[in-house]
Design a protein. Structure first.
Length: 550
């Protein structure tokens, strides 16, 4: 497989999900996401170029020796205010804060504020739940969302909900209804907000080094004050806890304990490919289109039935119905994306993918680096019931394979039997899952994948088809991945369980990399909250899973 081209081709049309049958959410096109984010960080501005500054590199102020074990925490898909008085997101955060003080940093796999990344929802859906991690957290409601400073490195990536927008008219209606919203919860989703993310602008103002409004003098002074760290790729942004805690870009890399971490924005390479027949991606036909249209119509009928049967009282049943509606809407959006791209070339952020390819090659050529970890929002492999077959999942898998195949070709035999990356972490699927790929025929074979997307929002079940993922390759069905642990919604009726989760990952000394993964669970069962840690997963990039948890 050849590597991706450096040219980015953007189609003129946006991907919109605005129909009378479903919720009023639309997703900006890839070209808008890329261009707007570049403007916000002043991408490749002359002030950065003349100083030799790497705008995709970050240095944390807590350096770790490669001879020491270190831990970090992972959360994802958490930013909900729907559970006002009894918030699972807050329960997960409290557990981490009380039991994981040794964590050196926190990764967030995206979807920080549901449903459309609105700035007015940051206080309830982010700042209040995570107040102990913030400077001034004793009075969280006084902290502006665009002036947050963290006590511990907090390193998020963008999720799809962090890019979503809603029409102006809907936002206006929501503002008018705000005073009586709590009386009509079963008809108005309180997690919409009055406005959307403004094409990711809210996330950028909250977490990125937002420089769009700086004049030349201000920009030069800012760079001199904050881009003071020095690495082999040039000067870069210095992350200083309790002082200046901004990220340089929507994708970036940092190094801890001689391990390279790569944060990606998968929202710009997840557009479904022209055909669903992965991984060969043969030309689509009319049957494919008819199947997609039929599936979409079935989803919309199901959604209409749910809306007509919503109970009047506000209880767990309403929350359950809203969760099902959100799941159906997301599936419809994925189908719409597939239909939009059925006969057209998918829009892909090749600039980011080529950056990743080159940085992985550089990482392998650096003898001091002992491993590599990727994290981003959309999982390439997953068995959660609503995500495993989606066009976005297959697209991310395909593009990741292209990059890893190109890296393997470039570095030759130096990687030996090790995978190109030691661990891939993602979210989007509302669960915790550990998978390992099998012989995929690509450079993502025998790679460890963790999904951490169950830290607060509605949970999902595992697919009924089982724990082994297959692909049709050259006319032959092949097993390509196996799920070794899944924690998500399970049971029925009075036995229904909702285990929300977060991870602590211990990186052990030595090469190849070894990880002890500790899944933490909080769940409300029989009207009581329970907190527990599942048996650790011992993961290595040398051989298949060895675990005491199964």
């Amino acid at each position: 497989m050849t590597s991706a081209s450096v040219e980015i081709v953007y189609p003129p049309s946006a991907t919109h999900f605005l129909t009378p049958d479903m919720n009023l959410i639309f997703d900006p096109p890839v070209s808008v996401k890329v261009n707007r984010m570049e403007q916000r960080v002043r991408w490749k501005h002359n002030e950065f170029l003349k100083r030799g500054i790497d705008q995709t590199r970050l240095v944390l102020d807590r350096n770790i020796s490669s001879s020491d074990a270190f831990s970090f925490s992972v959360i994802g898909d958490s930013g909900t205010g729907q559970y006002r008085g009894d918030n699972p997101q807050r329960r997960v955060a409290e557990w981490l804060m009380a039991n994981n003080r040794a964590s050196k940093f926190i990764l967030h796999t995206g979807d920080l504020v549901y449903l459309v990344g609105a700035c007015e929802q940051y206080p309830e859906n982010f700042i209040v739940p995570y107040r102990e991690w913030l400077v001034g957290g004793k009075s969280p409601r006084t902290i502006p969302y665009d002036q947050m400073t963290f006590k511990i490195p907090f390193l998020p990536v963008l999720g799809n909900h962090d890019y979503y927008d809603i029409p102006f008219l809907y936002g206006l209606i929501a503002r008018i209804l705000a005073p009586i919203q709590r009386f009509i919860t079963n008809q108005v989703d309180v997690d919409y907000g009055h406005q959307g993310s403004h094409q990711g602008d809210v996330f950028a103002r909250a977490f990125l080094d937002y420089l769009k409004d700086c004049n030349p003098t201000q920009l030069a002074k800012h760079i001199a004050n904050h881009y003071t760290a020095k690495t082999e790729t040039g000067h870069c942004l210095q992350y200083r806890c309790e002082d200046f805690t901004r990220l340089p870009n929507r994708y970036y890399t940092f190094r801890q304990g001689d391990v390279d971490f790569f944060a990606l924005d998968s929202n710009t390479f997840n557009a479904p490919l022209p055909s669903l027949n992965a991984p060969n991606y043969s030309a689509p036909d009319n049957t494919t289109q008819r199947e997609l249209m039929s599936h979409r119509q079935q989803l919309l009928v199901h959604r209409k039935q749910l809306l007509s049967n919503l109970p009047e009282e506000e209880d767990d049943t309403i929350k359950e119905q809203h969760a099902k509606l959100e799941q159906i809407d997301e599936q419809v959006r994925d189908v719409d994306k597939q239909l939009n791209n059925l006969y057209a070339e998918a829009t892909v952020d090749f600039g980011q993918l080529n950056w990743l390819k080159q940085r992985l090659i550089d990482s392998w050529q650096n003898p001091t680096v002992r491993g590599r970890v990727l994290y981003f929002h959309h999982p390439p492999y997953v068995t959660e019931a609503s995500k495993w077959y989606q066009g976005q999942t297959l697209a991310v898998r395909y593009h990741l394979r292209c990059v890893l195949d190109a890296v393997k070709t470039a570095i030759g035999p130096s990687c030996g039997d090790r995978p190109i990356v030691d661990l891939v972490i993602s979210g989007h699927a509302h669960c915790f899952e550990y998978l390992q790929t099998l012989d995929t025929g690509h450079a993502d074979a025998y790679t460890n994948f963790l999904i951490c997307g169950g830290s607060g929002f509605s949970l999902r079940r595992q697919r009924s088809e089982g724990s082994v993922l297959t692909e049709t390759i050259n006319g032959e069905m092949r097993d390509v991945a196996k799920s070794h642990q899944f924690v998500g919604r399970n049971g029925h009726g009075s036995e229904k369980r909702r285990p929300y989760s977060a991870l602590t990952i211990e990186v052990l000394p030595g090469t190849p990399l070894r990880f002890n993964v500790h899944p933490h669970v909080v769940e409300k069962y029989d009207h009581q909250w329970q907190e527990y840690t599942l048996p650790s997963l011992c993961i290595t990039s040398e051989k298949p899973i060895t675990s005491t948890s199964m």
